[in-house]
Write a protein that binds this ligand. Sequence first.
Ligand code: FCB
Length: 458
Amino acid sequence: MNSFPADFLWGSATSSYQIEGATEVDGRGPSIWDTFARGEGNVIGGHTGDPACDHYHRYREDVALLAELGLPAYRFSIAWPRVMPDGRRVEPRGLDFYDRLVDELVAHGITPIPTLYHWDLPQALQDAGGWVNRDVPSWFADYALVVGDRLGDRVRDWITINEPLCSAFLGYGTGVHAPGLRDARQAVIAGHHHLLGHGLAATALRAHARPDTKVAVALNFAPPLTDSDDAEHREAARRFDAVHNRFFLDPVLGRGYPPDLRADLAHLGALESAIRDGDEEMIGRPLDWIGVNYYAPSRVIPTPDPLQESNCGLPGLRGVDVLPARGPLTTMDWEQDPVAFADLLLWLGEHCAPVPLIVTENGSSFEDTVDADGRVRDTDRTHYLAEHLHAVHAAIAGGADVRGYLAWSLLDNFEWSFGYTRRFGLVHVDFDTQRRRIKDSGRFYAEVVAANAVPDRR
Ligand code: FCB
């Protein structure tokens, strides 16, 4: 058995738009994902966030599942448009929902870890320019305060923003996520404003909440892999790494934007136009931990022409392309690579020290079938989970200060542009009947958590 430190934090994660459904209930305003999902061709099958897992009405059942699995912590997100339908005016019924959810968690002894922003911006704020508008970060901090005032007596650990990279670059750059815009300059400006929003919200929460408040941000990382170690490939990997792994990390660690990244993006002139005096200081205020979201590495290659635009993540980045992933793959066509995960955690452990790490997302999508006996024998997912937990264990043994692991996801849910066609849950959801069934991977995870150890490979 590979045992984890005694106080290691175990849990699982979800997000509001992906599970709640009930998008028109109790005064909730529309979010950019409601609008985007209704747009022709944006989401597979025309799926939307309704009904999702109908968690808004079934949260008690879902908290009972967490308790049945014996998970000590639960990461969920708060829908800004539920709490503030137009982004500014408070809707008490929306706030009441999260109050009930947190009460239910606390009653079961489960630590609530809310994320304030997991991509569901109020549509009204998008109509005012969204994250490209420099007022949005301050409005985000106002919203953080409203939520903090209501839940702060029971919530100690907060995550400001989930994956600002995806929200900014996929939302405003490649257009595959809401709001579906395609403009490299705007994507970079939106990225800066997400960071500013993080800094302002973190500062606001700390100033008004209980003294032991802990604030983090959840960033996604994709380690670049190359087939060659020559100078061109190393340079391509560096370019990819700067945008995908350091754009958001170094500023929140108080180091400002990496100089090589600024040089790579200088031709856009975007950061230069967006950054104002004091921004980097505000973004870099002390953090209690860094949330690490990891799914897969990326295979990268230099472009034949160094000025050629990249096919990955951020249009406007030059000189590096991403190759198709290599097997074994998940149904997202993501490569399964636990070694890259261990290496990433070791690198982050050094790079972020003394700030500790918590894995805030890691998981896998596979085709699941419910057998005649009602069981979901998801051996692929169980294998992915076990291998990635071994990687976390190895990274800790190697000196990385990793304090917890939150599996993505508690429930099968609305997987953004893939709709309901990709399943990541430890718990299977039948979207016609809303019936939940704990998968074999969920049972396996419950055993790991109970033992605080992952069994040796057989
Ligand atoms: C991450 C998102 C999360 C989920 C997983 C699969 O990028 O944060 O909501 O969709 O990917």
